[in-house]
Design a protein around this ligand. Structure first.
Ligand SMILES: [Zn+2]
Length: 203
């Protein structure tokens, strides 16, 4: 095409070449129209899909991986739960892990709290859930019972395990995974976008 136009502009084109050029332009326009139509159809389909997605979200737990309160209890005691509690009042958040242990003859759940920058490995023992309802702060825990994370979990556990409810002032987020690097996401903002902070900032 470009060569044809250049030939034409230089005045070196004969009739046959001009005919070919005209055909090429017309078929090019036809192709572009077809591509535009396909593109429009694709956008329409995507908008339809978006609507369906919105409806599905409205009926589910809300944005991202925010858990509905009635589903929290089953989630917490599933055996290998990792989640982040967010106070709707203060915005404070803590990430915990609740893992099932059958080693002692009965079923217990060991609770750990995230204490470092790596949400895969930086956890410390916090306490134990007995009988699927009683959380007791661990005597061997290096976290003080008066530490904010310990107090938050104690308060949450009394409601979630004891009464099977989640306080209205609290959100429970289960983990997400970064769509770019595959790392575990525990920060609700990252869970919502599906990208970790580093990956969200880079192209
Ligand atoms: Zn990432």
């Amino acid at each position: 095409m470009t060569v044809g136009i250049l030939t034409f502009l230089r005045g070196g084109a004969n009739a046959e070449e001009l005919m070919k050029l005209a055909e090429a332009v017309s078929s090019d326009a036809q192709t572009r129209r077809e591509e535009a139509a396909k593109h429009a159809a694709k956008i329409e389909m995507e908008e339809g899909a978006r609507e369906a997605w919105k409806e599905a979200l409205a009926e589910s737990d809300g944005p991202g991986a925010l858990l509905a309160p009635e589903r929290v209890s089953a989630f917490l005691l599933a055996g290998n739960a990792r989640f982040t509690l967010v106070s709707k009042v203060t915005g404070a958040r803590f990430t915990f892990r609740v893992r099932e242990s059958r080693d002692e003859g009965d079923t217990r759940y060991f609770v750990q709290v995230l204490t470092g920058p790596c949400n895969e490995t930086n956890y410390e023992f916090l306490g134990t859930v007995f009988d699927r309802k009683r959380f007791i702060h661990g005597r061997k825990s290096r976290i003080s019972p008066s530490a904010p994370s310990a107090r938050a979990f104690l308060w949450f556990a009394a409601a979630a395990f004891g009464r099977g409810v989640v306080p209205a002032t609290c959100e429970v987020w289960h983990e997400g995974r970064c769509a770019k690097c595959g790392r575990t996401l525990t920060d609700p903002e990252s869970i919502q976008t599906g990208l970790g902070p580093k990956c969200a900032g880079s192209e």
